[in-house]
Design a protein around this ligand. Structure first.
Ligand SMILES: O=CC(=O)O
Length: 313
Protein backbone atom coordinates (compact mmCIF):
# COMPACT_ATOMS: atom_id res chain seq x y z
CA UNK A 1 0.00 0.00 0.00
CA UNK A 2 3.02 2.28 -0.10
CA UNK A 3 1.72 4.09 -3.17
CA UNK A 4 -1.25 5.36 -1.14
CA UNK A 5 -0.68 8.80 0.39
CA UNK A 6 -1.98 9.31 3.91
CA UNK A 7 -2.00 12.65 5.70
CA UNK A 8 -1.46 12.97 9.46
CA UNK A 9 -2.79 16.34 10.62
CA UNK A 10 -0.76 16.71 13.84
CA UNK A 11 1.65 14.67 15.99
CA UNK A 12 -0.29 11.87 17.76
CA UNK A 13 1.78 8.86 18.79
CA UNK A 14 5.22 7.71 17.63
CA UNK A 15 3.84 4.19 17.31
CA UNK A 16 1.05 5.34 14.99
CA UNK A 17 3.48 7.37 12.92
CA UNK A 18 5.83 4.39 12.52
CA UNK A 19 2.98 2.04 11.62
CA UNK A 20 1.65 4.50 9.03
CA UNK A 21 5.12 5.08 7.58
CA UNK A 22 5.71 1.32 7.28
CA UNK A 23 2.54 0.83 5.23
CA UNK A 24 1.75 4.04 3.36
CA UNK A 25 3.34 7.11 1.85
CA UNK A 26 3.01 9.30 4.94
CA UNK A 27 2.68 13.08 4.72
CA UNK A 28 2.78 15.16 7.91
CA UNK A 29 0.88 18.44 7.83
CA UNK A 30 2.91 20.06 10.60
CA UNK A 31 6.17 19.71 8.68
CA UNK A 32 5.04 22.24 6.04
CA UNK A 33 5.76 25.94 6.48
CA UNK A 34 2.30 27.00 5.31
CA UNK A 35 -1.03 25.58 4.16
CA UNK A 36 -0.35 26.93 0.66
CA UNK A 37 2.93 25.06 0.52
CA UNK A 38 1.26 21.87 1.78
CA UNK A 39 -1.65 22.04 -0.69
CA UNK A 40 0.69 22.89 -3.60
CA UNK A 41 2.65 19.66 -3.06
CA UNK A 42 -0.03 17.23 -1.88
CA UNK A 43 -3.58 18.22 -2.82
CA UNK A 44 -3.95 15.68 -5.60
CA UNK A 45 -2.25 12.71 -3.95
CA UNK A 46 -3.86 12.40 -0.53
CA UNK A 47 -6.41 9.58 -0.28
CA UNK A 48 -6.70 9.32 3.50
CA UNK A 49 -6.57 11.71 6.44
CA UNK A 50 -5.66 10.68 9.98
CA UNK A 51 -6.89 13.45 12.28
CA UNK A 52 -7.30 13.79 16.02
CA UNK A 53 -8.93 15.98 18.68
CA UNK A 54 -6.77 18.96 17.67
CA UNK A 55 -6.99 18.92 13.89
CA UNK A 56 -9.53 16.69 12.18
CA UNK A 57 -10.90 17.26 8.70
CA UNK A 58 -12.82 20.50 8.27
CA UNK A 59 -14.62 21.67 5.15
CA UNK A 60 -11.55 23.54 3.86
CA UNK A 61 -9.29 20.49 4.13
CA UNK A 62 -11.87 18.13 2.61
CA UNK A 63 -12.57 20.49 -0.30
CA UNK A 64 -8.86 20.87 -0.98
CA UNK A 65 -8.25 17.12 -1.32
CA UNK A 66 -10.13 15.90 -4.42
CA UNK A 67 -8.81 12.32 -4.08
CA UNK A 68 -9.80 11.95 -0.42
CA UNK A 69 -11.60 8.64 0.29
CA UNK A 70 -11.43 8.18 4.06
CA UNK A 71 -10.91 10.06 7.32
CA UNK A 72 -9.69 7.68 10.02
CA UNK A 73 -9.76 9.62 13.25
CA UNK A 74 -7.38 8.91 16.12
CA UNK A 75 -10.16 9.85 18.58
CA UNK A 76 -13.63 8.77 19.56
CA UNK A 77 -14.92 12.36 19.32
CA UNK A 78 -15.96 13.47 15.86
CA UNK A 79 -16.42 17.17 16.51
CA UNK A 80 -13.36 18.16 14.43
CA UNK A 81 -14.66 16.40 11.32
CA UNK A 82 -17.21 17.90 8.94
CA UNK A 83 -19.37 14.79 8.87
CA UNK A 84 -22.04 16.31 6.64
CA UNK A 85 -19.47 17.18 3.99
CA UNK A 86 -17.97 13.69 4.19
CA UNK A 87 -21.42 12.21 3.72
CA UNK A 88 -22.17 14.47 0.74
CA UNK A 89 -18.88 13.57 -0.95
CA UNK A 90 -19.02 9.84 -0.16
CA UNK A 91 -15.93 10.04 2.05
CA UNK A 92 -15.82 7.32 4.71
CA UNK A 93 -15.18 8.21 8.37
CA UNK A 94 -13.99 5.99 11.23
CA UNK A 95 -13.12 6.69 14.88
CA UNK A 96 -11.72 4.79 17.89
CA UNK A 97 -14.61 3.86 20.20
CA UNK A 98 -14.50 1.21 22.98
CA UNK A 99 -10.71 0.92 23.28
CA UNK A 100 -10.53 4.19 25.26
CA UNK A 101 -13.73 3.89 27.31
CA UNK A 102 -12.07 2.50 30.46
CA UNK A 103 -9.32 5.10 30.52
CA UNK A 104 -11.66 8.07 30.12
CA UNK A 105 -14.05 6.68 32.76
CA UNK A 106 -11.08 6.11 35.08
CA UNK A 107 -10.06 9.76 34.70
CA UNK A 108 -13.61 10.88 35.48
CA UNK A 109 -13.44 8.88 38.73
CA UNK A 110 -9.99 10.29 39.45
CA UNK A 111 -11.30 13.84 39.03
CA UNK A 112 -14.32 13.17 41.27
CA UNK A 113 -12.08 11.79 44.01
CA UNK A 114 -9.45 14.49 43.51
CA UNK A 115 -12.00 17.31 43.85
CA UNK A 116 -13.99 15.88 46.79
CA UNK A 117 -10.96 14.59 48.74
CA UNK A 118 -8.74 17.49 47.62
CA UNK A 119 -6.00 15.12 46.44
CA UNK A 120 -4.01 17.74 44.52
CA UNK A 121 -4.36 20.32 47.28
CA UNK A 122 -3.17 17.72 49.83
CA UNK A 123 -0.17 16.99 47.62
CA UNK A 124 0.71 20.70 47.48
CA UNK A 125 0.23 20.92 51.26
CA UNK A 126 2.76 18.14 51.89
CA UNK A 127 5.28 19.39 49.31
CA UNK A 128 5.18 22.91 50.72
CA UNK A 129 6.17 21.56 54.13
CA UNK A 130 2.89 22.68 55.74
CA UNK A 131 2.05 19.37 57.46
CA UNK A 132 4.35 19.80 60.50
CA UNK A 133 2.54 23.10 61.16
CA UNK A 134 -0.89 21.44 61.44
CA UNK A 135 -3.23 18.87 59.94
CA UNK A 136 -5.00 19.33 56.63
CA UNK A 137 -8.63 20.35 57.03
CA UNK A 138 -11.49 17.90 56.61
CA UNK A 139 -12.67 17.13 53.08
CA UNK A 140 -15.94 15.68 51.74
CA UNK A 141 -16.94 12.02 51.52
CA UNK A 142 -17.21 10.84 47.92
CA UNK A 143 -18.69 7.38 48.51
CA UNK A 144 -22.45 7.64 48.34
CA UNK A 145 -22.59 11.04 46.64
CA UNK A 146 -25.36 11.50 44.09
CA UNK A 147 -23.75 11.40 40.65
CA UNK A 148 -25.57 12.84 37.63
CA UNK A 149 -24.25 11.95 34.19
CA UNK A 150 -24.87 13.93 31.01
CA UNK A 151 -24.85 11.36 28.19
CA UNK A 152 -25.18 7.67 28.99
CA UNK A 153 -23.44 6.13 26.00
CA UNK A 154 -20.27 4.05 26.21
CA UNK A 155 -18.20 6.38 28.41
CA UNK A 156 -21.13 7.66 30.49
CA UNK A 157 -22.19 4.07 31.23
CA UNK A 158 -18.64 3.10 32.22
CA UNK A 159 -18.55 6.04 34.64
CA UNK A 160 -21.94 5.04 36.06
CA UNK A 161 -20.73 1.47 36.63
CA UNK A 162 -17.64 2.70 38.47
CA UNK A 163 -19.54 5.25 40.57
CA UNK A 164 -22.10 2.57 41.51
CA UNK A 165 -19.24 0.58 43.04
CA UNK A 166 -18.61 3.60 45.29
CA UNK A 167 -22.23 3.40 46.45
CA UNK A 168 -23.25 6.48 44.49
CA UNK A 169 -26.88 6.73 43.35
CA UNK A 170 -26.79 7.41 39.60
CA UNK A 171 -29.07 9.60 37.55
CA UNK A 172 -28.63 10.81 33.99
CA UNK A 173 -29.77 13.10 31.24
CA UNK A 174 -29.72 12.05 27.59
CA UNK A 175 -31.81 12.58 24.46
CA UNK A 176 -33.88 9.54 25.29
CA UNK A 177 -34.41 7.27 28.28
CA UNK A 178 -32.34 4.04 28.34
CA UNK A 179 -34.82 1.36 29.40
CA UNK A 180 -31.99 -1.17 29.90
CA UNK A 181 -30.70 0.66 33.02
CA UNK A 182 -32.16 1.23 36.47
CA UNK A 183 -30.60 4.67 36.78
CA UNK A 184 -32.96 7.59 37.28
CA UNK A 185 -33.65 9.44 34.04
CA UNK A 186 -34.21 13.19 33.77
CA UNK A 187 -35.46 14.55 30.46
CA UNK A 188 -34.30 18.00 31.53
CA UNK A 189 -30.69 18.77 32.40
CA UNK A 190 -31.66 21.44 34.95
CA UNK A 191 -33.65 18.84 36.89
CA UNK A 192 -30.64 16.52 36.78
CA UNK A 193 -28.37 19.30 38.09
CA UNK A 194 -30.79 20.11 40.93
CA UNK A 195 -30.93 16.44 41.91
CA UNK A 196 -27.25 15.52 42.01
CA UNK A 197 -24.12 16.55 43.90
CA UNK A 198 -21.64 15.81 41.15
CA UNK A 199 -22.51 16.44 37.51
CA UNK A 200 -20.33 14.64 34.96
CA UNK A 201 -20.29 15.69 31.31
CA UNK A 202 -19.77 12.60 29.16
CA UNK A 203 -21.72 13.22 25.96
CA UNK A 204 -20.48 13.86 22.42
CA UNK A 205 -19.99 17.47 21.32
CA UNK A 206 -22.58 18.38 18.71
CA UNK A 207 -24.49 21.55 17.78
CA UNK A 208 -27.12 20.50 20.33
CA UNK A 209 -24.67 19.90 23.21
CA UNK A 210 -22.52 23.01 22.64
CA UNK A 211 -22.67 25.00 25.95
CA UNK A 212 -25.14 22.47 27.35
CA UNK A 213 -23.68 23.49 30.72
CA UNK A 214 -24.71 27.13 30.91
CA UNK A 215 -25.31 29.53 33.81
CA UNK A 216 -28.72 28.02 34.56
CA UNK A 217 -27.29 24.50 34.88
CA UNK A 218 -24.36 25.72 36.98
CA UNK A 219 -26.69 27.60 39.31
CA UNK A 220 -28.94 24.53 39.56
CA UNK A 221 -25.89 22.50 40.65
CA UNK A 222 -25.19 25.18 43.22
CA UNK A 223 -22.49 26.21 45.72
CA UNK A 224 -22.05 22.67 47.05
CA UNK A 225 -22.14 21.06 43.61
CA UNK A 226 -19.19 19.75 41.62
CA UNK A 227 -18.84 19.77 37.84
CA UNK A 228 -16.65 17.21 36.07
CA UNK A 229 -15.87 17.47 32.36
CA UNK A 230 -14.17 14.67 30.43
CA UNK A 231 -16.07 15.47 27.20
CA UNK A 232 -15.11 18.62 25.33
CA UNK A 233 -14.41 22.14 26.58
CA UNK A 234 -17.21 23.58 24.48
CA UNK A 235 -19.81 21.58 26.39
CA UNK A 236 -19.43 24.26 29.05
CA UNK A 237 -19.87 28.02 28.78
CA UNK A 238 -16.38 28.54 30.19
CA UNK A 239 -16.62 32.23 31.23
CA UNK A 240 -19.80 31.31 33.14
CA UNK A 241 -18.01 28.43 34.84
CA UNK A 242 -15.07 30.65 35.80
CA UNK A 243 -17.31 33.36 37.29
CA UNK A 244 -19.42 30.78 39.18
CA UNK A 245 -16.24 29.32 40.72
CA UNK A 246 -14.80 32.75 41.54
CA UNK A 247 -18.08 33.90 43.09
CA UNK A 248 -18.58 30.65 45.07
CA UNK A 249 -21.80 29.82 43.17
CA UNK A 250 -20.30 26.41 42.30
CA UNK A 251 -18.55 24.15 44.82
CA UNK A 252 -15.75 22.80 42.63
CA UNK A 253 -14.74 21.44 39.26
CA UNK A 254 -12.59 18.72 37.75
CA UNK A 255 -11.72 19.49 34.14
CA UNK A 256 -9.79 17.47 31.57
CA UNK A 257 -10.94 19.63 28.63
CA UNK A 258 -11.19 23.36 27.86
CA UNK A 259 -12.79 25.59 25.27
CA UNK A 260 -9.54 26.93 23.78
CA UNK A 261 -7.07 24.14 24.47
CA UNK A 262 -4.23 24.30 25.32
CA UNK A 263 -5.20 27.69 26.77
CA UNK A 264 -6.80 27.42 30.22
CA UNK A 265 -8.42 30.45 31.92
CA UNK A 266 -5.75 31.77 34.29
CA UNK A 267 -8.35 32.66 36.94
CA UNK A 268 -8.65 28.90 37.58
CA UNK A 269 -4.98 28.53 38.54
CA UNK A 270 -5.45 30.03 41.98
CA UNK A 271 -8.55 28.00 42.92
CA UNK A 272 -7.93 25.06 45.29
CA UNK A 273 -11.38 23.56 44.60
CA UNK A 274 -10.53 23.02 40.94
CA UNK A 275 -8.47 20.15 39.47
CA UNK A 276 -7.07 20.69 35.99
CA UNK A 277 -5.82 18.08 33.52
CA UNK A 278 -4.42 18.65 29.99
CA UNK A 279 -6.95 16.59 27.95
CA UNK A 280 -5.35 13.24 28.73
CA UNK A 281 -8.45 11.11 29.33
CA UNK A 282 -7.40 8.37 26.92
CA UNK A 283 -3.65 8.99 27.02
CA UNK A 284 -2.21 5.76 28.34
CA UNK A 285 0.49 3.76 26.56
CA UNK A 286 -1.86 0.79 26.24
CA UNK A 287 -4.80 2.72 24.85
CA UNK A 288 -2.72 4.91 22.55
CA UNK A 289 -1.42 1.74 20.86
CA UNK A 290 -4.91 0.22 20.69
CA UNK A 291 -6.24 3.43 19.10
CA UNK A 292 -3.37 3.46 16.61
CA UNK A 293 -4.03 -0.18 15.68
CA UNK A 294 -7.69 0.65 15.06
CA UNK A 295 -6.78 3.61 12.84
CA UNK A 296 -4.46 1.38 10.79
CA UNK A 297 -6.92 -1.53 10.56
CA UNK A 298 -9.67 0.80 9.33
CA UNK A 299 -7.35 2.23 6.66
CA UNK A 300 -6.21 -1.22 5.55
CA UNK A 301 -9.80 -2.49 5.45
CA UNK A 302 -10.84 0.48 3.32
CA UNK A 303 -8.05 0.12 0.79
CA UNK A 304 -8.51 -3.66 0.61
CA UNK A 305 -12.24 -3.01 0.02
CA UNK A 306 -13.19 -4.88 3.20
CA UNK A 307 -15.80 -3.76 5.79
CA UNK A 308 -14.56 -0.98 8.08
CA UNK A 309 -14.10 -1.94 11.74
CA UNK A 310 -15.62 1.17 13.31
CA UNK A 311 -17.50 3.06 10.59
CA UNK A 312 -19.20 6.37 11.35
CA UNK A 313 -19.98 7.48 7.79
O1 LIG B 1 -10.94 13.17 23.57
C1 LIG B 1 -10.61 12.11 23.13
C2 LIG B 1 -11.20 11.47 22.00
O2 LIG B 1 -12.16 12.00 21.41
O3 LIG B 1 -10.72 10.39 21.62
Amino acid sequence: MDSITVLMTSPMSDYLETQLRDRFNLVKLWTYSSKTDFFKHNSHSIRAVVGNTKIGADAELIDSLPELEIVSSYSVGLDKIDLRKCQEKGIRVTNTPDVLTDDVADVAMGLMLAVTRRVCECDRFVRRGLWPKGNFRLTNKFSGMQVGIVGLDRIGSAIAKRAEAFGCPISYYSRSEKPETNYKYFSNIIDLAVNCQILVVACALTKETHHIINREVIDALGPEGILINIGRGSHIDEPELVSALLEGRLGGAGLDVFENEPEVPEQLFGLENVVLMPHVGSDTVETADAMADLVIKNLEAHFLKKPLLTPVV
